[in-house]
Ligand binder design. Structure first.
Ligand code: C2E
Ligand code: MG
Ligand code: MG
Ligand code: MG
Length: 292
């Protein structure tokens, strides 16, 4: 019976593997179709300055597949990175962002849009094309930021350094996304001449918990180090007023999270900005924020 049990486990694992493979293949095929059928969207999540309430955005891709329903970017971006499809996904996002910015100039006036960039496309030939696209819409690098995950840069550090330098020279800002979760976070600060870091949500979500003392000390250390290195610090995934208060006390420059706003389609941004300005003003005067 024991033998049979082992056999079953092996068969089960094999099926699982095959199923996983089929799922990935299906997703890839559907993503090719989805790109053609215009199934992708871009939503914008406001990022609020702790100093003066200035709002910038992060662009986040969305995909509603006719066959698969809503697919999280974490899943399909990973799949797209394995093929060269990520080039098309990124091109779609860049183009969509440019259109949104030129269609509603007042909304984006004085606000930067941060675009997430995968390691596969974070190199000069590709990013040069991105620059060309922006220029063709009459937009300038100062209106944009690129968010790169730590792991992005380290795969090929030299390429990473060159690309960061190239983009900064053109006037783009570069942020390190999900800061703190990689093994070599500090190494990035040493090697790459970036503008800011976004502290990973996993540190922020514990800040208002009784067992969040470690996280509190870690965030405090990250912020003080960032200040010394002249980097701007954004806290990601702020969900409660208590988290916001802690973050503000620790001296973060910018906050982003559901406490302020979820990612929104462009049509909803105008109303959201008005509400956010009131919300931020109320917070500054010590009044409680919105319901949590
Ligand atoms: P990210 O760049 O770290 O984006 C932040 C993620 O946290 C987003 O998830 C956002 O919706 C979510 N988030 C924001 N505030 C909160 C909060 O208060 N609580 C919680 N629980 N979550 C919050 P999303 O949109 O599902 O994106 C997941 C990841 O997929 C992104 O993480 C990014 O790495 C990747 N991604 C998204 N859009 C793109 C894209 O256009 N290109 C590339 N290459 N990657 C993308
Ligand atoms: Mg990001
Ligand atoms: Mg992030
Ligand atoms: Mg993330």
């Amino acid at each position: 019976a024991r033998q049979a049990g082992k056999q079953m486990i092996r068969i089960y694992e094999k099926d699982d593997y095959v199923q996983h493979y089929i799922d990935e293949m299906t997703m890839e095929t559907e993503l090719v179709k989805g790109l053609k059928a215009n199934e992708l969207r871009v939503v914008y999540q406001p990022r609020v300055s702790c100093h003066d309430g200035t709002i910038h955005f992060e662009a986040l891709v969305r995909w509603h597949s006719a066959l698969l329903g809503n697919v999280s970017p974490e899943s399909f971006v990973t799949i797209a990175e394995k093929s060269l499809l990520i080039e098309d996904v990124t091109a779609f996002v860049v183009d969509r962002v440019c259109r949104d910015m030129t269609e509603a100039p007042a909304l984006f006036e004085g606000r930067r849009v941060a675009i997430n960039v995968s390691p596969v496309v974070f190199r000069q030939p590709y990013m040069r094309n991105v620059l060309t696209v922006l220029a063709s819409h009459g937009l300038s690098p100062e209106q944009f930021e690129f968010e790169i995950t730590e792991h992005t840069l380290m795969q090929e550090p030299l390429v990473g350094i060159q690309t960061v330098d190239y983009l900064k020279e053109k006037g783009f800002r570069i942020l390190i996304d999900d800061f703190g979760v990689s093994y070599s976070s500090l190494n990035y600060l040493k090697l790459f001449d970036i503008n800011g870091i976004k502290i990973d949500r996993s540190f922020i979500s514990q800040l208002d918990q009784d067992n969040g003392l470690k996280e509190y000390e870690i965030v405090k250390l990250i912020v003080s180090l960032a200040k010394k290195l002249n980097l701007e610090v954004t806290a990601e995934g702020v969900e409660t007023e208590a988290q916001y208060r802690a973050i503000e006390r620790l001296g973060c420059d910018e906050v982003q999270g559901y406490f302020f706003s979820r990612p929104l389609p462009p049509a909803d941004l105008h109303a959201a900005l008005n509400a956010l300005e009131h919300h931020h003003a109320a917070l500054r005067h010590g009044l409680s924020g919105r319901q949590q």
